[in-house]
Design a protein around this ligand. Structure first.
Ligand SMILES: [Zn+2]
Length: 202
């Protein structure tokens, strides 16, 4: 009887304590998120330079690369040579295996969503998600990345490229990347209730 009461007490107390533990605790229990810092390492346009934002970013923009493969280096080359941009347009590149490349400081106003560049931080997921489905580990890496680098951005400010003004026509991040579902998962993560499936607990 006594033991039962203690167990009950501990389970209530334990649970109450747990509900106050938000995502950092969950992060700690997962295998580490691998982020390679390439800031200042990637080649840039010979005479063009990105500007600094006027204020902190308030939104996140999710893209897909529309290519089967790619990396920060290849997108950087493409954006400079084909688009004549100062450098890669994305702050982060998320690979299909869930590893991440970090390309720009968050205060750099890179090109990726036109008139919204000033207030949106751009993340790209390598893949063509109109023709294939994103691997779960990539989706989960994207969730973890957002929670790690922009914990204060509410989920309703996390938009797919095509949700930005003037980009309704753009199928980005792809028909198979469901933004509603993604935001629901991010909300669960913020509440400490998202259960990771692709990342292992350690
Ligand atoms: Zn896009």
């Amino acid at each position: 009887m006594f033991r039962w009461v203690i167990n009950l007490w501990q389970s209530i107390f334990g649970r109450a304590k747990k509900s106050n533990d938000l995502s950092p605790i969950i992060e700690k229990r997962l295998e580490p998120l691998i982020i390679t810092d390439l800031r200042g390492e990637l080649p840039t346009h010979p005479d063009k330079k990105y500007r600094i934002r006027n204020g902190p970013f308030t939104h996140i923009a999710i893209h897909h690369s529309l290519t089967d493969v790619g990396s920060a280096a290849s997108f950087n080359r493409y954006h400079i040579e084909n688009n004549d941009w100062p450098g890669i347009g994305y702050a982060y590149v998320i690979s299909k295996d869930g590893t991440i490349e970090w390309c720009w400081d968050h205060n750099i106003k890179t090109y990726h969503v036109g008139n919204s560049n000033g207030f949106a931080l751009g993340l790209v997921n390598v893949g063509d998600y109109n023709s294939t489905r994103p691997p779960l580990i990539q989706v989960e890496a994207c969730l973890r990345l957002i929670q790690k680098v922009a914990p204060d951005i509410p989920v309703d400010k996390v938009w797919g490229h095509q949700e930005y003004p003037n980009y309704e026509w753009k199928k980005c991040p792809g028909n198979n990347w469901n933004m509603e579902e993604f935001r629901n998962k991010l909300q669960l993560l913020k509440e400490g209730r998202y259960k990771f499936k692709a990342f292992r607990e350690v």
